[in-house]
Design a protein around this ligand. Structure first.
Ligand code: MG
Length: 384
């Protein structure tokens, strides 16, 4: 039985990971569940999966959970320090890193240092902490299995070797505003941006998909995961979301990965790897698809993609700043305090104010992350 810790268990990837656990009844044991505010769902999950630990990151939610629910089998703990401790206290085969945002960095680093494989859905960990992730991996000797659908696809396309790799073709749905004009983009509201045409995901990543920031973060993620340069990756807008990415090899062969737009498929592959297992999740019928189209992204309309790639190419502390500014910008947009096109404007301003350094420690990363958030919040106030 594979022993799992699911971090961010109440979020979109977390709940779908538990659906994969259900699909392979009895093959996985959930030892740790970690969540933030949704204590009711944490209680339900704890009742069902009987983990050794439930760790709640939100103080109020922790208090509610301890008041409303208890079990002899499960210990309820509060906060990040306790989460990091529990990772070393129970034997684990895999940590599912499904927390949203920069908060996912510390537990991912800890798991890797302990030599525990990580099924990684939290791309901010690699974007902001790439250097540290590599060091933690070297120390613990653990693997990262990509959960992000595109990276899972690329990983699978390259499993038979990537010696003659020519280019990674990273596909993007283009988001809900693909066909709008730049003028129209100034007017869009969060409710429209939250309606993704193909994927069901959390709120932050859905906005990132609408701005194409998500694709920019994924370019950085792909460079780190597959050890390739920025010029080795081409983003292709593919509105049907059937081809989850492709790899072109030096002999001209292109190997692609096709399937339903269902996150449980890449989650399952990460959890069962190196095996490919049959499951009952949705399958596609190619005769029912009208066509598969691909085109270049419009960087004029979606500057977030270029901003992220610039940050990735520059490296050092700049991706931390870009990521923090984007998290603030998305939260401000969701609260309807700034407009949709203010998101790239704000990210760019915060990046411009930063003087790039080398990433030396996790503490330094956190400090720059915090400083960038404050800068972004102050600049956002001036934009309202
Ligand atoms: Mg993705």
């Amino acid at each position: 039985m594979k022993k799992l810790a699911i971090l961010g268990s109440t979020g979109s990837i977390g709940t779908q990971s538990l659906e994969v656990v259900d699909e392979f009844n009895g093959e996985f044991a959930v030892e740790i569940l970690a969540g933030n505010k949704n204590w009711q769902l944490l209680a339900k999950q704890a009742l069902k999966y009987k983990p050794k630990f439930v760790v709640v990151n939100d103080k109020e939610a922790y208090e509610k959970l301890t008041n409303e629910w208890h079990s002899n089998k499960t210990k309820i703990l509060y906060g990040m320090d306790n989460l990091l401790k529990t990772l070393g206290e129970v034997p684990l085969d895999m940590v599912v890193g499904a927390m949203g945002g920069a908060i996912g960095i510390a537990p991912t680093l800890k798991a890797l240092e302990l030599g525990i494989d990580v099924a990684l859905a939290n791309k901010e960990t690699i974007v902001a902490g790439g250097d540290l992730v590599r060091a933690a991996q070297a120390k613990g000797g653990a693997k990262i299995l990509p959960v992000d659908s595109e990276h899972s696809a690329i990983f699978q396309c390259m499993e038979h070797g990537h010696g003659a790799l020519s280019k990674i073709l990273l596909t993007a749905s283009g988001g809900p505003f693909r066909l709008l004009s730049k003028e129209e983009l100034y007017q869009v509201k969060p409710s429209q941006a939250l309606k993704h045409p193909n994927w069901t995901m959390g709120r932050k990543i859905t906005i990132d998909s609408a701005t194409l920031m998500n694709k920019g973060l994924e370019v950085i993620e792909a460079c780190w995961l597959f050890n390739v340069g920025y010029d080795d990756i081409r983003v292709l807008v593919h509105p049907q979301s059937i081809v989850h990415s492709l790899v072109e090899f030096g002999d001209g062969a292109i190997i692609g990965h096709l399937g339903a737009a269902d996150m449980r498929i890449p989650i399952q592959y990460a959890l069962t790897w190196p095996e490919r297992r049959a499951s009952n999740f949705k399958k596609i019928d190619l005769t029912q698809i009208a066509g598969l189209t691909f085109h270049d992204p419009d960087l004029e309309k979606f500057p977030c993609l270029s901003l992220a790639v610039t940050a990735g190419k520059e490296g050092g502390t700049l991706p931390i700043v870009m990521n923090a500014a984007n998290e603030v910008a998305v939260a401000e947009f969701l609260a309807e305090r700034i407009g949709f096109m203010d998101i790239p404007a704000l990210v760019e301003k915060v990046m411009m104010q930063h003087e790039k350094r080398q990433v030396e420690s996790f503490e330094q990363l956190l400090q720059i992350d915090q400083e960038s958030r404050i800068t972004a919040e102050n600049l956002a106030k001036a934009m309202r």
